[in-house]
Design a protein around this ligand. Structure first.
Ligand SMILES: Cc1cc2nc3c(=O)[nH]c(=O)nc-3n(C[C@H](O)[C@H](O)[C@H](O)COP(=O)(O)O)c2cc1C
Length: 478
């Protein structure tokens, strides 16, 4: 390659020049004298709903002129910010997606490592779909760059990237292309008309929720009463659900702009945007008992309006407002080819200790079967609400819960509302605060210094390990 390599840093952070991530990208490229670089402030420019179209046209030209792209972005709500998704979408709508083709790309992200892997996976897959050669990026938390050893690795990383661009080194394609095949059309049939496994079987009883009142169930959707599978799935689900359902089309909310990461919500408890979203969302989650989501997939994620919506829910800080409640997801599109979207939904619910009772996709040739799945899902959701059933939490949840616990505790002087919430809900479950366990470990630490004790423990371990549980089983009591 002749002359200087032209690298475009596309800054996805809505904080613009105040982006922490940007400092990382500037540092790395500042160490590369043979590179010409420029910054595209995409996150900032695309925050308002009414963005500047002249900016977009110029931005696409800049992308086209660049030899390589560094996506410099924070992680927002387990992905990149809505603004960056919007950039890809607007370039596509302008018919200019070819501007990306053949270019090398990598990413620099800062975050608290909460689902940052999903953010990079989405970015990489999206780049690969656009014909870009993507090299694995870096993620850092807010203190990493202050360390000398970390900076040495950052320089190594950027050097490798620049060399890969210059030599047009082959890079592995990690994600298979999507087929682009639409899901079969869902043609609902009336309940009972489908001679499936449940036909003729009595529907399981729905236990009463709170005495007197039906549980408040809200369905949030990006498509309602249109000619799409999602609309028909919603009708089938709502028709089978034994309680009233309020349907809210999230496209109808008058969003002023995307979240711009100002943290006013964390510091003074109010969202900086004045469109009423914070009140709308808090009122919704505080008063509903069950939340159903109707979601269309688009590209490798949900329709972008979901990201706009979800990023704005950050105004509630890290307070898991749906804790203990119940959810279900109806998803139209290639969900089976997008396991990361499923992981996002499951992870979000697991961390929030919401109880996801169903994730139902639409990739069924057999409409009768999908109809039965929807009816069964509706029944299961209603029964779980009534029984106040609590699901178990897996790695997706526990991993996130521990990250948040440490984050909030470490920042407790600043994020005071979050800290109060964590304290009152007993979420500070640090092992060092478990006094009986501490005493046990002190005693064991002394005894286990002796090999005969360890040998004896080894021999007695199997029955001892299950002793308390076995007692419950043997008692036969509930
Ligand atoms: C709306 C919002 C959502 C966020 N979501 C996540 C997240 O899902 N995972 C994570 O690790 N950090 C998350 N963060 C933290 C940011 O990624 C982190 O503060 C980042 O360093 C900000 O970078 P910037 O200054 O370049 O914008 C979120 C921050 C905001 C404001």
């Amino acid at each position: 390659m002749e002359g200087k390599l032209r690298v475009l840093i596309v800054n996805g952070s809505p904080k613009g020049e105040y982006s922490l991530t940007l400092q990382h990208s500037l540092y790395m490229l500042g160490q590369e004298p043979a590179v010409e670089w420029a910054v595209l402030q995409a996150g900032e420019a695309l925050s308002p709903i009414d963005y500047d179209e002249a900016w977009l046209a110029e931005a696409i030209d800049e992308i086209e002129r660049a030899d390589a792209i560094v996506w410099s972005t924070p992680v927002y709500t387990m992905l990149v910010p809505w603004q960056l998704i919007r950039l890809f979408r607007l370039v596509e709508e302008a018919g200019r997606s070819d501007a990306f083709r053949g270019k090398y790309a990598t990413s620099m992200m800062t975050c608290f490592h909460y689902y940052d892997h999903l953010a990079e996976a989405w970015l990489r897959a999206t780049c690969e779909d656009l014909g870009m050669a993507y090299m694995e990026g870096r993620t850092a938390d807010n203190m990493d760059m202050l360390r000398k050893d970390h900076r040495a690795s950052m320089r190594f990383f950027m050097r490798e990237f620049i060399e890969a661009c210059r030599n047009r080194a082959p890079l592995e394609r990690k994600y298979a292309p999507l087929s682009g095949r639409p899901s079969p059309r869902f043609e609902p049939v009336a309940a009972g008309a489908d001679a499936g496994a449940n036909a003729g079987r009595a529907a399981p009883a729905v236990p009463a929720a709170a005495p007197g009142a039906a549980p408040r169930t809200v369905l949030l959707t990006d498509e309602y009463r249109k000619d799409g599978n999602l609309s028909r799935m919603i009708d089938a689900f709502v028709g089978a659900y034994p309680y009233p359902v309020e349907v809210v089309d999230i496209n109808d909310f008058p969003y002023e702009a995307g979240c711009h990461g100002c943290l006013r919500c964390e510091l003074v408890g109010e969202c900086d945007r004045k469109d009423g979203f914070q009140e709308f969302y808090l009122n919704l989650v505080n008063t509903c008992d069950a939340l159903v989501f109707g979601m269309n997939l688009e590209g490798r994620y949900l329709r972008p309006v979901w990201k706009l919506f979800l990023d704005r829910t950050f105004s509630n800080g890290h307070r898991t407002s749906m804790m203990g409640k119940h959810t279900a997801y109806l998803v139209a599109g290639p969900l089976r080819s997008l396991p990361n979207v499923r992981q996002f939904l499951e992870g979000k619910d697991n961390v929030g200790r919401e109880n996801c009772m169903a994730i139902i996709g639409d990739e069924y040739d057999d409409s009768a079967l999908l109809g039965r799945l929807l009816r069964e899902g509706a029944g299961r959701l209603a029964r779980a609400v009534g029984a106040r059933y609590q699901k178990s939490v897996n790695f997706l949840g526990w991993g996130g819960i521990k990250i948040f616990r440490d984050l909030i505790y470490g920042m407790r002087g600043v994020v005071r509302d979050d800290h109060r919430f964590y304290k009152t809900h007993g979420l500070y479950d640090f092992p060092q605060k478990d006094i009986p366990k501490q005493l046990f470990n002190v005693a064991m630490g002394v005894a286990f210094a002796l090999k005969p004790v360890r040998l004896q423990a080894f021999e007695r371990m199997p029955p001892l390990y299950i002793q308390l549980h076995k007692r419950i089983v043997d008692s036969g009591k509930p």
